[in-house]
Ligand binder design. Sequence first.
Ligand code: RB5
Length: 153
Amino acid sequence: MRVAVGADHAGFPVKAEIAALVARLGHEVDDHGTHSTEACDYPDTARSVAEAVAAGRADRGLLICGSGLGASIAANKVPGARAGNCSDRYSAHQGVEHDDMNILVFGARVIGIEVAKELVEAFLAARFSGEERHVRRLNKVKAIEAHYSKIEP
Ligand code: RB5
């Protein structure tokens, strides 16, 4: 898969290790910055990663900020982005299997690098189940998005 990876300055210290893991797992890394610990604004990288995923230029996204919250809030404003802030392995794969989560977000100030790597592995290995009840719920989520995007289905 092509995986868009982005971080703000709080996530930057772990971004390289996460990107290296993504590559080791056989995926292509699409780096959306940031490229230093100089303070930047999380909505910029979140938007860039979310737009890449929503437009199909990337299959999945990974976002890292301090708490994981700002980046997930910002990413979820992009129609088609389904970003989840995770700190446990179960959510990292269940979010894909049930909710078709396409962007994993985590807080570099909240979880350690080893937990983060487990989340990334679980997220990238997971696939949407396609079960009827999950498709139905996902379609309801898409309907909310379409309504408020003024793009009626
Ligand atoms: C940066 O200091 C911090 O506010 C940001 O990384 C993130 O945690 C926002 O949600």
